[in-house]
Design a protein around this ligand. Structure first.
Ligand code: GLY
Length: 265
């Protein structure tokens, strides 16, 4: 099996705790129900396994209400994993909770130097480059501190802008295959995807744009029939997953796992 930017042998996830009810959110959404969240999260983990991924499941960490969104404090590359510096003050400490887990899979676990901030939700990795969307959580100082670590791993880092109304870059875009990106009109309008092929998210289904490709499957948030039909017509196999509780705290499919293939020793 060869591995590309959407083929993974492993994933790390963290179960939501009771404290997820206090998770960060921008709007006035209701608190997520931890019991329903747990059920939806278990289905997500099962789908990763079904897609051929070995999942290491970490226990809830009540000290960090948003820690179910495990993609934000770290970045898994081909040869190294990087502990990032999440831009929300209540999330900065999450990075340290992942160090030992990442060391099980990566001989090289590096630290983003102090100074700036980067959330993993702002990073879209493709076969040929790593895109980082500047946002309320990721600033230029953080992105520039990340550049040498990413580029030493073999791909250039390219800074783009996340439209200001969007939390994370990947809140509204996702990789479908080597050359194709699915994104909302808001992200597409920024022109950041150059010569990638793009598929526009149907109007009114913007939440569907936070999709992830996992091996042969595209994980898609349930309740987006126009997107489901569009992707199936284009030949993608989709797995629909409920994200009703993650959505209450501005989370979605991409941020609930760190997906990677450990480097060969
Ligand atoms: N609740 C997810 C975040 O704001 O980081």
């Amino acid at each position: 099996m060869t591995f590309s930017s959407y083929q993974f042998s492993h994933a790390l996830t963290r179960k939501p705790g009771r404290s997820v009810a206090k998770g960060l959110r921008d709007g006035g959404t209701a608190d997520p129900d931890p019991n329903i969240f747990e059920i939806e999260h278990a289905a997500y983990v099962a789908a990763l396994k079904e897609a051929g991924v070995a999942v290491a499941e970490l226990p809830p960490d009540e000290g960090f209400p948003d820690s179910v969104f495990i993609e934000d404090p770290a970045l898994c590359l081909r040869r190294a994993a990087i502990l990032l510096r999440p831009g929300a003050p209540t999330r900065l400490g999450e990075r340290e909770t992942l160090r030992d887990s990442l060391r099980r899979f990566y001989p090289k676990v590096l630290d983003l130097p102090e100074g700036g901030f980067v959330d993993g939700g702002d990073i879209l990795t493709t076969e040929r480059e790593v895109l980082i969307g500047l946002s309320a959580r990721t600033n230029e100082a953080g992105a520039e501190a990340l550049r040498p670590l990413v580029e030493a791993d073999g791909r250039p880092l390219r800074l783009v802008n996340t439209p200001p109304e969007i939390l994370h870059f990947k809140t509204e875009c996702g990789l479908l295959d080597e050359k194709t990106i699915f994104a909302t009109e808001a992200i597409l309008a920024s022109g950041c995807f150059g010569d990638y092929e793009t598929i526009a998210c149907p109007e009114g289904e913007e939440a569907a744009a936070n999709l992830i490709r996992v091996n042969d499957q595209v994980f898609l948030s349930k309740g987006h029939p126009k997107t489901a039909e569009l992707l199936q017509d284009r030949g993608y196999q989709i797995t629909e997953l409920a994200t009703s509780q993650a959505a209450r705290v501005d989370g979605g499919l991409s941020c609930m796992s760190l997906r990677f293939t450990p480097p060969k020793p």
